[in-house]
Design a binder for this molecule. Structure first.
Ligand code: SF4
Length: 328
């Protein structure tokens, strides 16, 4: 790892000011992903700005209309918060299905949202990779692609985003709050992550020097009937092969409202309004869920190593909606 400078920021405005005046700098909180990336040569920064001690308000603040989570809250704090467990179970379940207890104690919510892909070529600085070195190629397309995306890819990059939390936040219509040289702004989490297109090195809608300050999640009855299902190669400390975040409200058997987001299958946390629309207003039956699943994968572009995900994600959808809807 090359040497780098280090400054502890005293306030959010201070952090943004330091970033604007320090070339090749970035923010660090828990550092559980960033320091690995720097050690492996997948990222290089000359200066780290420590944002662990900023006053970002209550770390978890359950207001009457929304849940507010400070960016420096730790994954464990949020996962175990009584209000989160009771009224936003999908968030708690997604966080508890992530990483290890040790990492959850250290890793911040902001850092979780900004963690980088687990694509092995990206993390191996000796491999070509369009995301790390634009124009160098994407060996995953014809190489090891078992963990890669079947939706939203292309000929430049097929990497998935690894955050379970981001999938749950997309399902609940959460927003990310940012502070940067141009002031404050908010971005829906659904728009926060970019499709790779011809610029897979650009992963989020963040502008240079911006800092995530918090995440807001609307407080709705739907959020209270939510779940997260994660399918992975081992029971703990593993990234999703396929995951589903679902929230469901029914009257009788009829779907009044539904939110669905998927991890492990898209180049960003994947939400498809057409799939939700196909379920809304219909009795929740095995046939209705199966049709929604087929709609979800209608544009799938599987590769040799990840073809199994086309069926697996449909089965995961059947499983989670059957549980939430009381079909079994
Ligand atoms: Fe790089 Fe994306 Fe290809 Fe992986 S899938 S090698 S991250 S360009």
């Amino acid at each position: 790892m090359r040497t780098f400078g280090y400054t502890v920021a005293g306030s959010p405005a201070d952090a943004v000011r330091i970033a604007a005046s320090t070339p090749e700098s970035t923010f660090v909180a828990g550092g559980t992903d960033l320091l690995n990336l720097m050690r492996d040569g997948a990222e290089a920064h000359d200066h780290l700005i420590d944002v662990n001690h900023l006053d970002l308000g209550e770390r978890v603040d359950a207001g009457s209309r929304r849940l507010r989570v400070g960016a420096s809250a730790r994954m464990r704090q949020v996962a175990e918060h009584p209000t989160v467990r009771r009224e936003f179970p999908v968030l708690s379940e997604a966080l508890l299905a992530s990483a290890s207890p040790q990492v959850r104690n250290m890793a911040s919510i902001g850092g979780n949202l900004l963690q980088r892909t687990r694509c092995g070529y990206f993390r191996d600085s000796a491999s070509p990779c369009n995301k790390r070195a634009p124009g160098s190629g994407c060996p995953a397309i014809s190489g090891h692609n078992r963990g890669h995306a079947i939706l939203g890819g292309g000929d430049q990059c097929i990497a998935t985003h690894p955050s379970d939390l981001a999938v749950a936040l997309v399902a609940l219509d959460a927003t990310v709050h940012l502070l940067g040289p141009g002031g404050e702004r908010t971005v829906p989490v659904a728009d926060f992550y970019l499709l790779p297109g011809s610029t897979p090195d650009l992963e989020t809608a963040m502008r240079p020097g911006e800092l995530i300050t918090r995440v807001d999640v609307p407080r709705t009855a739907l959020a209270g009937r939510s779940r997260y299902l994660k399918l992975r190669d081992r029971a703990t400390f593993e990234f999703a092969v396929v995951s589903v975040a679902a929230a469901l409200r029914t009257r009788g058997r009829v779907v009044q409202d539904v939110r669905l987001a998927f991890g492990g299958v898209g180049t960003r946390p994947w939400r498809d309004a057409g799939v939700e629309a196909a379920l809304r207003g219909r009795p929740l039956t095995g046939q209705a869920i199966a049709e929604a699943g087929r709609l979800l994968v209608r544009d799938a572009e599987p590769r040799e190593g990840n073809r199994f995900k086309v069926e697996l994600v449909q089965r995961a959808l059947v499983s989670i909606l059957s549980d939430l809807g009381g079909l079994r």
